[in-house]
Structure formats: structure tokens, C-alpha cells
Design a protein around this ligand. Structure first.
Ligand code: PMP
Length: 351
């Protein structure tokens, strides 16, 4: 009888929070639908599309639009089927079996999965008090001969951001490759985008799934110096970004004013969510600590976080409990209110 190998037996499929019909504040998506004019442009593009032909393997128009929006050289940009794809392509290409890779825990779970499948030796560094200790990371990575360090900034799930100067210091100090996942950087201002030329060991990842409101289209990007960008192009599958996603992504990235407006609305939602949580916190001192983050979600350190997450689900609100934190995505005003009401109720009942 055929038996799965040990590597696969150690894994289980990604399981989103099970809550059909729930208020969904569990996946850090945008709560905003794409603007009507973008949808209209996409519908017009469908009429022109050659569905029998493969998409552009370089996604050149999309990379150009990304470069223009973020003011980076399009030659440094590689597009992908979500940044999840890049994580696995980078691990499979840049790490040889048995080599060490490091993560800064808690962090995005796909890093450990990618490193495991690439048969790397996992060095899981804990963050003292949720914050990155740059000197400790540099020392450990170099001592353990880490070939690949990957972390998110701002971090999912802590929501905390490492300031630009510290990030530069970290990339300069670490001898191996540093994969800097800036999935949430549209909500902060500490990006290293545009500085990739200065570092020969840096790959920056970005996604259209958060601030841009295109999670359904699966669009991610890697940004790095040409030698590294070319290596990623060589390691990825040729037609990884489908034609429809290329067209829609280009249309959205070419409308910076619409994106800025959407971002503004998400920031207002964040303010409302964090403000509501601070009020509840004042009534329940010591029940939870709200981390001072810069993302589209709130991260709460609370002893009974797992129980509270289960209780919220029973009451129709899906949030995540991950990495020892309760993680709540900023939603539409009525979704935030639904969460805040249920959360306050639960804290009252379990006083
Ligand atoms: N990196 C981080 C830190 C994330 O939180 C996520 C989404 N949960 C991703 C990458 C994956 O994004 P994408 O939808 O582009 O695959």
C-alpha cells in the first residue's frame, strides 16, 4: 500500500475559521468591494481576452503598474499567484535541503510550511514581548548559519512594525537572504520598497489581498535586485498569474486615487475598531492588552483569547486566535459594531 512520506504526514490543509453566514473578521481582507468602474473595465477586458492563449509569463503590464504606483523599477518586480506562491517558490529555490531558515515567532504560518517542504532546518526565534530584538536576530542567524530569514513587517499576528532604520540594520547584519514580507505595509510607513537596490540579500514581498481589496484575484509581488528577481522568475511556474488577474490588477494599480480613498476608509475603520476596544478595555482592566499596531487588524493579548474566539463564533462573529493573540480584522462599520457588542457581552458574562 502506498504510504505518504513523513514530510507530508506532518502537514494539514489550511483551515479557515468555520463560520458560514458569520461576520467575517478573521482573514485580514479588505471589507470594501472593488469600485464599479474597475469592474466595468474588467468586463470590457473580458470581451477582448483570448481565453485560448496563455497569459503573459512576465505579467509585464501588471509589473509596470505596480512599479508606477510604488515608485520602484519594474525590472525589480516579479508578479505571482498571491504572495503565498512566492513564499513557497522562494523556499524551494533559495534553500537547499538541510540548510537553516529562521522565523521570528509568532509570525505567518506559511513560512514554517514553506521551509518544512523545502526540508530546511527551522530556527524559530521567539520575540521577547512581541518585539523584534534586532541584535539577537543578527547574532543567532549568523551563528546558526541561517541561509534564509523570513518575517512579516508589520507582523501578522502581532500588528507591530519594525522601524525602517532597524529593518535596514537587520538586513545589513544578517549574512543570509532576508525575505521581508510587507503584506500589511500599506497601513504603515516603514517600507523598504525602492531601497532593494541597496541590498544584495533582500527580497520584499507585497500583496494585493489586503489594502487593495483583491484577495479573490490572488496577486502578490516580489521586489528585489535584478539577480534575485531573475532567480525567482526562473524558479516560478511560467504562467503563474492568470490573464484576468493581470488585467484587473493593472486596472486597480493604475487608479491611485481610488486606492487612496479605499485606504482612507480602512484607516477610519481601524480607528473605530481600536477606539471601541480601548473603551471596552477601560471597563475591564487587565482582561486584555491591545497591541499598538499598524495594520488592518487589532491584536489582543488575552489569557482566555481562545475561549473568547470560540464564544464569538457561536454568536456569529469570526475572528482568529493565532500565535497566542486574538486577531480581529477591521470591518465595515456595522461589522465592527457587531464584534464590539458581542465582545463586550462576553467580557461582562465572564467577569
Ligand atoms: N503574508 C502575510 C504576512 C499574510 O498575512 C498573508 C495573508 N494572510 C500573506 C502573506 C498571503 O497573502 P496572499 O493573499 O498574497 O497570498
Amino acid at each position: 500500500m502506498y504510504e505518504l512520506n513523513e514530510k507530508l504526514r506532518a502537514l494539514s490543509p489550511y483551515a479557515p475559521v468555520d463560520g458560514p453566514g458569520c461576520v467575517r473578521l478573521d482573514a485580514n481582507e479588505s471589507f470594501l468591494p472593488l469600485p464599479g468602474e474597475i469592474i466595468a473595465a474588467a468586463k470590457a477586458a473580458i470581451d477582448e481576452m483570448k481565453f485560448n492563449r496563455y497569459p503573459d509569463p512576465a505579467a509585464a503590464e501588471l509589473c509596470r503598474a505596480f512599479g508606477e504606483y510604488y515608485n520602484v523599477d519594474p525590472g525589480h518586480v516579479v508578479a505571482s499567484n498571491g504572495s503565498d506562491e512566492l513564499i513557497s517558490v522562494i523556499f524551494s529555490g533559495f534553500l537547499m535541503g538541510g540548510e537553516a531558515f529562521a522565523t521570528l515567532e509568532p509570525d505567518f504560518s506559511m513560512y514554517a510550511q514553506g521551509g518544512h517542504l523545502a526540508e530546511g532546518r527551522h530556527i524559530a526565534l521567539e520575540k521577547p514581548g512581541w518585539a523584534i530584538d534586532v541584535d539577537q536576530v543578527i547574532d543567532t542567524c549568523n551563528r546558526e548559519e541561517v541561509r534564509l530569514l523570513i518575517f512579516s513587517n508589520p507582523c501578522n499576528p502581532t500588528s507591530l512594525v519594525l522601524r525602517r532604520e532597524q529593518t535596514r540594520r537587520l538586513v545589513r547584519g544578517v549574512k543570509g537572504l532576508v525575505v521581508l514580507d510587507e503584506a500589511y505595509m500599506d497601513f504603515s510607513r516603514e517600507s523598504l520598497l525602492g531601497e532593494e537596490e541597496d541590498f544584495d540579500n533582500l527580497i520584499i514581498l507585497r500583496t494585493c489581498s489586503k489594502a487593495m481589496g483583491m484577495a479573490a484575484l490572488r496577486l502578490g509581488f516580489a521586489v528585489a535586485r535584478p539577480e534575485l528577481a531573475n532567480a525567482i522568475r526562473a524558479a516560478k511556474s511560467p504562467y503563474n498569474v492568470n490573464s484576468l488577474s493581470q488585467v484587473l490588477g493593472t486596472a486597480v494599480l493604475s487608479r491611485p486615487e481610488l486606492l487612496r480613498e479605499a485606504l482612507g476608509r480602512i484607516m477610519i475603520s481601524r480607528k473605530a475598531l481600536l477606539g471601541g476596544l480601548a473603551e471596552i478595555g477601560a471597563k475591564h482592566p487587565g482582561r486584555f492588552l491591545l497591541l499598538p499596531g499598524e495594520t488592518n487588524f487589532a491584536a489582543l493579548d488575552m489569557e482566555d483569547g481562545r475561549e473568547v474566539q470560540q464564544e464569538l463564533l457561536k454568536r456569529g462573529v469570526a475572528v482568529r486566535y493565532t500565535g497566542g493573540l486574538l486577531r480581529v480584522t477591521c470591518g465595515a462599520p456595522e461589522e465592527n459594531r457587531a464584534f464590539l457588542t458581542k465582545f463586550a457581552e462576553i467580557l461582562e458574562e465572564t467577569r
